[in-house]
Design a protein around this ligand. Structure first.
Ligand code: NAP
Length: 485
């Protein structure tokens, strides 16, 4: 048995028990690079989802009263478990999700770092003293866990999107119900395995595999589930916001993006090309903060395109377990079809298509990295999330005009600008209508920063000192009739 196979549970984890489902209620998981069957995961029905809610509600009554240091110790043990099994988790992720093994190792580190961070934050969920006008009163606030939190996560970061939410919720004293994307259920169950070994084995962390739609409807209608945190598409986020209005839940939404990456006339060409390659092709382009539109000042446009294409064409494409490969498969054949249709639409509207021929793709779920040069805002490739290794690039002449064009989208998650000029940096930070601005780097994430978007990219922030706030309620108190000093 390979190291990672020990983590491949074909059972849900509910109330500290591993629950198997019948043969009829399960989903097959395949390696997206070669179609090989990896195993089956449960797809829970309504009754089992109800039992999971019950388990999280029961567990909350105990967990809410645990000390911050108890929560911290268990989160640290979970972090240690992930680090001690880094290679196995990375290999599992590459087989299930497809990302190149080096990126998978990076995600294990990134994902586990949230457990470490929130272990420390657990001790800092402090309240405030409010100066009272009346000397016979003392006023203040305390922070309390909101309750049971339902968590729905996507397949592109199958560990990190879970730990970023569950780490914060558990640190706050909440219990959690995690519904992972069907495609990457084994990764979620591997996290449950390590949570159990870390002592989070009494219903604090429940992994409830099955249809996201069914899970969303079920938790949204249950008043005992007090928070809903979702990462995924804006379309599904809108539905969940509507549904959760029924029980007025606390909502945290990390939704889609359409990140601009702007290379100014004074930028260092090599730094900008390196940054743009990384910002576009990590996770094979299937990343909500991937550069979706690259704007390059006309004075260096052709040089940039030439160097970008040269570097892109040198990226090896193939199975992620081969250490050499930098581009893996897309998650489904549908994603390949979508990438091709975006490129075809751009070509039909006059864009230049550059890169290797698609006939060189090493399998049906692969899309060879492609540049769409001279894109215009009317093309679908500029308006939609590509979620593929497709890089639209276009020239611009004027800073103010490119900021306006970059902002002309319903999304507002990440943005990037390359320039050494201080005044220009401030102009872009102020002007870009995005939750995050990377300047001369695309490496902007980490447990210590507030990740999130504006406009239809979401609500709330994950990570940083504000990352626990989605899972805490502020209770105000007023002590009256005190003796005057
Ligand atoms: P998706 O279709 O929205 O699916 C995400 C999750 O939602 C899956 O677990 C899915 O479950 C579930 N789901 C689907 N329909 C649902 C419904 N009606 N009610 C409740 N849950 C439902 O998104 P995706 O294509 O997997 O992921 C890519 C998207 O995620 C992109 O738009 C990307 O930008 C966004 N994303 C955002 C961030 C961020 O931090 N802002 C991070 C990563 C990804 P099933 O598997 O059962 O269908």
């Amino acid at each position: 048995m390979s190291d990672y196979q020990a983590f491949m549970h074909e059972a849900a984890y509910i109330g500290g028990q591993w629950i198997e489902s019948g043969a009829e209620e399960r989903n097959a998981i395949h390696d997206p690079a070669n179609g090989e069957l990896l195993g089956h995961v449960p797809a829970l029905g309504e009754q089992q989802m109800d039992s999971a809610i019950e388990a999280a509600v029961t567990a909350f009554e105990q967990w809410r009263h645990t000390s911050p240091s108890t929560r911290a110790a268990k989160l640290k043990a979970w972090y240690d478990g992930m680090q001690n099994n880094r290679e196995a988790l990375a290999r599992l992720m590459t087989r299930e999700q497809g990302k190149p093994i080096n990126e998978a190792r990076g995600e294990v580190d990134y994902a586990s770092s949230f457990l470490d961070w929130f272990a420390e934050e657990a001790r800092r969920a402090d309240g405030k003293t409010i100066p009272a006008e009346d000397p016979t009163k003392a006023l203040g606030t305390i922070e309390e866990p909101v309750g049971v939190a339902a968590i729905i996560t996507p397949w592109n970061f199958p560990l990190a999107m879970i730990t970023r939410k569950v780490g914060a919720a558990v640190a706050a004293g909440c219990t959690t119900l995690v519904n992972p994307a069907t495609e990457t259920t084994f990764c979620a169950l591997a996290l449950a395995d390590l949570a159990e070994k870390a002592g989070l084995d009494n219903g604090e962390v429940n992994v409830v595999p099955g249809s996201g739609k069914q899970f969303g409807e079920r938790v949204c209608n249950d008043h005992r589930v007090r928070a809903l945190s979702f990462t995924g598409s804006t379309e599904v986020g809108r539905k969940l916001l509507e549904q959760s209005a029924a029980t007025v839940k606390n909502n945290a939404m990390e939704l889609g993006g359409n990140a601009p990456l702007i290379v100014c006339e004074d930028a260092d060409l090599d730094t900008a090309v390196e940054g743009a390659i990384a910002a576009k092709f990590q996770t094979t382009g299937q990343d909500c903060i991937a550069a979706n539109r690259i704007f390059v000042h006309r004075s260096m446009y052709e040089a940039f395109v030439e160097r970008f294409v040269e570097k892109m064409n040198a990226m090896p494409v193939g199975h992620g377990l081969d250490e050499a490969n930098e581009i893996g498969p897309l998650i489904h054949a549908d994603a390949v079809d979508k990438a091709q249709s975006l490129v075809d639409d751009a070509r039909n509207h006059g864009a230049r298509i550059l890169g290797r021929d698609q006939s060189q793709a090493p399998g049906e779920n692969f899309f060879m990295p492609t540049v769409v040069a001279d894109f215009t805002p009317k093309m679908r490739v500029a308006a939609e999330e590509q979620f593929a290794p497709v890089a639209p690039i276009t020239p611009f002449d004027d800073d103010a005009a490119v900021i306006a064009e970059a902002n002309d989208t319903i999304y507002g998650l990440a943005s990037y600008v390359f320039t050494p000029n201080d005044a220009r940096i401030r102009q872009y930070i102020r002007g870009l209508d995005y939750g995050m601005v990377g300047v001369n780097t695309m490496d902007i994430t980490g447990p210590h920063v507030p990740f999130g978007g504006v406009k239809q990219s979401g609500l709330g922030r994950e990570g940083g000192h504000v990352g626990m706030s989605e899972y805490l309620e502020t209770k105000y108190y007023c002590l009256g009739n005190l003796p005057e000093a």
